[in-house]
Design a binder for this molecule. Structure first.
Ligand code: SF4
Length: 210
């Protein structure tokens, strides 16, 4: 008999507990693995049948003392659900989680048409922003944004990073190791915005080595 697993709204990975808030994305990154991996991430089905209410996620958190950090990161852009993100972070904080990280494409300010970083103060300890290039045209090529995010997307992401670096304990610009990207230029941009920088392997390569 085939066992049908329910979609994961929370899932453990390494020493963190990850939250899969939404499957909505303002972009279609060229390096995204969700289609190639059939919406499965290391054994967890991240294809949501519906977006879970904050109460369901909070109930699913379980014993947070077993995890070093809580991470908002699934197959989708968590900041679409800003209020739910804040409610879950607040609940996790109250239950003693040591650290909370947001992995994001950095378009929240464009999605909500305001700087949302002040909302995250006291709730999010680290923002990890997937920028991948310092070149606006290349940003569009790599991320293939929806039309509404194509024109202002790159500048909105850089402003989000600047705000996160100013207001949150930690902001990290990340880049997937892609051919043709000027990494020193991107690293310099991260520094100029006040963030640190992290280069990461393509997930497909990482999987091949696992
Ligand atoms: S933001 Fe994440 S889930 Fe969305 S397309 Fe990019 S890599 Fe995939």
């Amino acid at each position: 008999m085939i066992e049908i697993m329910p979609p994961s709204i929370v899932y453990p990975h390494q020493d963190g507990l990850y939250i899969n808030l939404t499957n909505r994305c303002p972009v279609a990154c060229s390096f995204c693995v969700k289609s190639a991996w059939k919406w499965s991430y290391r054994g967890h089905d991240l294809r949501l049948r519906r977006e879970p209410p904050a109460a369901d996620i909070i109930e699913a958190l379980g014993d947070l003392k077993r995890h070093r950090e809580l991470v908002f990161c699934g197959f989708g852009e968590s900041t679409y659900r800003l209020e739910e993100l804040k409610a879950v972070a607040r609940a996790a904080r109250a239950r003693g989680i040591r650290s909370i990280r947001l992995n994001t494409i950095g378009l929240a300010n464009l999605i909500h048409r305001r700087d949302v970083v002040p909302d995250l103060v006291g709730l999010v300890d680290a923002a990890s922003i997937s920028l991948n290039t310092a070149d606006p045209d290349q940003w569009r090529e790599i991320h293939r944004p929806l039309t509404a995010y194509a024109g202002e997307g790159f500048s909105a992401a850089t402003e989000f990073i600047r705000s996160a670096a100013r207001l949150l304990p930690r902001a990290v610009v990340t880049a997937v190791d892609l051919p043709g990207v000027d990494i020193p230029r991107l690293q310099a941009l991260a520094t100029e915005l006040g963030a640190s920088f992290k280069l990461r392997p393509q997930l497909r390569d990482e999987e091949a080595r696992a």
